[in-house]
Design a protein around this ligand. Structure first.
Ligand code: ZN
Length: 279
């Protein structure tokens, strides 16, 4: 199943376009995309059995918003790919996930203009998992049952604030307005040949900056769910930014950061792409 946020309304994607879920279900399901994750099993059953596809209408991909616009918690994982840890100067790998937060006010849909704040703004393409079921003490073997689906994310990061002061300022440096684009759609894990091994990358002005496979993660998604749910409760609709592969600007020689007028395209094979223009 593939869903999208089309002008703020939960939309089931079909071969010919999309189905407005609230209308086609006669109000059984809310139009609010965030509410989908509270009734995820029912929504999947309805999508598979109701014949809703017959209500397909054309949709405008330019009107897509974030598939989960108001999560209660947004987790992000640092240093989760070996080569990215190495380019950051880390000679030993973390022995448990490095977790921080991005604030929900930074979320946007897939195609946006981002105003660059003062400093050095960098790119980090990431696979983002959306939680579909409350998770507490879930072991890795059952973790995928608690994930609604996957989408593409950018963890835009202002490196000066991230690294200044006596302790890192990850949350603030990664939460400027527009710093967390996601989308274009949410894809359920069963739609991918192997949800633990998908190609991911980004290009700046057409020049490839990052390209990897998610099977290179140090802590794959099941491990992240097990670790987080051993410490706290994951809630339906929460986001987990699962870390970025090598090729960020701060790790290059010379270093490179985003400049006004540039366009960043971020993609995950089988899901789609994000497109950010900077001013
Ligand atoms: Zn990141």
């Amino acid at each position: 199943m593939r869903i999208a946020n089309v002008e703020g309304r939960l939309t089931l994607l079909t071969a010919g376009g999309g189905v407005d879920v609230a209308t086609a279900s006669n109000g059984r399901f809310s139009a609010d995309p965030q509410a989908a994750y509270e009734a995820w099993d029912e929504l999947r059953h309805w999508a598979a059995t109701s014949g809703a596809q017959e209500s397909t209408v054309d949709i405008d991909a330019a009107a897509f918003g974030p598939p989960a616009p108001w999560p209660r918690q947004v987790f992000a994982v640092g240093l989760n790919y070996r080569e990215h840890a190495a380019e950051g100067g880390y000679t030993t790998l973390p022995d448990e996930p490095v977790v921080f937060t991005k604030y929900a006010s930074s979320l946007t849909g897939p195609v946006t203009e981002v105003v660059l704040p003062e400093g050095s703004v960098d790119w980090e393409v990431e696979l983002v998992a959306v939680v579909g079921r409350t998770a507490r003490h879930v072991d890795a073997g059952r973790a995928w049952d608690h994930i609604a689906g996957l989408t593409v994310g950018q963890d835009l990061s202002e490196r000066q604030r991230q690294k200044c002061g006596p302790a890192p300022q990850f949350g603030l440096a990664k939460s400027h307005p527009g710093f967390s684009p996601t989308g274009p759609v949410l894809v359920t894990p069963d739609e991918l040949a192997d949800p633990d091994d998908v190609a991911i990358g980004c290009a700046l002005g057409g020049e490839e900056m990052q390209k990897a496979r998610t099977s290179d993660m140090i802590f794959p998604i099941p491990h992240l769910v097990a670790h987080l749910s051993s410490l706290l409760t994951l809630l339906p609709g929460d986001l987990i930014f699962t870390g970025t592969p090598a090729g960020v600007g701060v790790g290059r020689t010379p270093q490179r950061f985003l400049a006004p007028g540039e366009e960043l395209v971020s993609w995950v094979d089988g899901i789609g792409e994000l497109r950010q223009r900077f001013t």
